[in-house]
Design a protein around this ligand. Sequence first.
Ligand code: ADP
Ligand code: GLC
Length: 477
Amino acid sequence: MKALRIFLVSSEVAPFAKTGGLADVSAALARYLSGAGHDVRLLMPKYGGVAKEASLRPHPRLRSIPLPFGKRELSFSVEVAVLPGSDQEVYFLDCPELYGSEDIYVSDEEDPLRFAFLSRAALVVCQHLGWSPDVLHCNDWHTALIPLYLKAGYAWDQLFQDNLGYQGVFPSQRLADLALDEHASMLYQEDLEEGHFSFLKTGLLYADLLTTVSETYAREIQEEELGMGLHELLRARADHLVGIVNGVDYSEWDPATDALLPEPYSAEDLSGKMGCKRALLERFELQASKEVPLFGIVSRLTAQKGFELLPDILPVLLQRESMQLVVLGSGEERYEKYFQWLRDAFPTKVAFYRGYNNELAHWIEAGSDAFLMPSRYEPCGLNQMYSLRYGTVPVVRRTGGLADTVQPYSRDADTGTGFVFDEFVPEALFQAMRACLAAFGEREAWRRMVLRGMAQDFSWERQGAHYVRLYESVTGR
Ligand code: ADP
Ligand code: GLC
């Protein structure tokens, strides 16, 4: 094998900055690739929250490099630290004027410049280090201008991974601020005529290869329903579009070794799982019982995740059935309010923690019997894969990565790992949850399903190799 030089640029890297799965994936993919012998560098902004992280102790690598943007005289430095649990270096792009806030995403006003800066700085960092990557791997709209900045001045290969729900569309008056005015002819002209432009579309146009995080999502985004206005462009580039299901970092997410859990457990000895359920429910002052199934939710509370299916069915289920629900999440106010209401309406059955809490996310994966993910669309989804490993049966909609990773339960055939519904309507989720509740009552069959789920292998050792092959194909190695 010839080692590749791979530059991963991401707005989120766990554990330094995370709002969702992007952070897990960029950290884990980097760990896998460097473990496989490649020269991997990872770049992310040094947000205010990262700067405060006492254990980080980064070393300076580059100092005060000027990078003017439009009329703004900006400059940056680069500091280096090591990704916990590996030798993998992470470069922090330091520019307090842009990234001083603790938040990863600030507002529509500031974000285009913050992420255009990250994208251009990525190229300038390579120049100053005298390091030319074979592959530039960009992630989501935040880094989607890299291929354009690159085409306009440099010449490396690049790969671009995306979630179409977030496109980074901004008014075209901002082009000069982003140093894109001289390259306006390379942007999508129809959009410019309508007065806006899109980071993501620009990335889709200019990357050599497009990847997304499941095979099903790669197909779905070529259709109108989930293409979010980009399906025609994606269809035109279908020969360069590949879906690879994300891996799971089992060094972080395995109940046998998870140091955050109240009790460890494994497929060989599941007894600790009940201890985790008890501890989780005690944390919310709820009663725990072996006989009462507990559903868990850990999620960004956004329209993507499908929670508008819940109001029509959860109150009915909670009244009729013996069941409990623990929810961890934050996001849009309408969903936060809804879960607060649900908790107040069913105080002995529902718990809701509004906010972000990594330890609690692990507790819910371990302590719940079933995990709810009724997503409207889902490029990959990690939580259903974590659930499988934690012996927590996923209830998911058949979309994107959920379709690729959860096998529908069949009582007759004694196969499957979870409950899968098709149509995005409350009735379909209702039926799936009813089927799940019924299956929970058949303890031996349920146990076999749990064990089948725990035996699934979505490790990066399997999934990461697909990326390496793709990198090799795009670089002609
Ligand atoms: P997405 O990236 O769309 O948010 P994924 O399922 O791919 O969905 O990844 C979500 C990741 O974010 C998981 O690691 C999950 O545990 C974590 N997460 C989401 N919301 C929270 C929260 N409120 N607190 C802690 N972790 C969260
Ligand atoms: C996105 C998607 C999610 C995916 C994650 C990591 O945030 O919403 O489905 O798992 O990225 O690729």
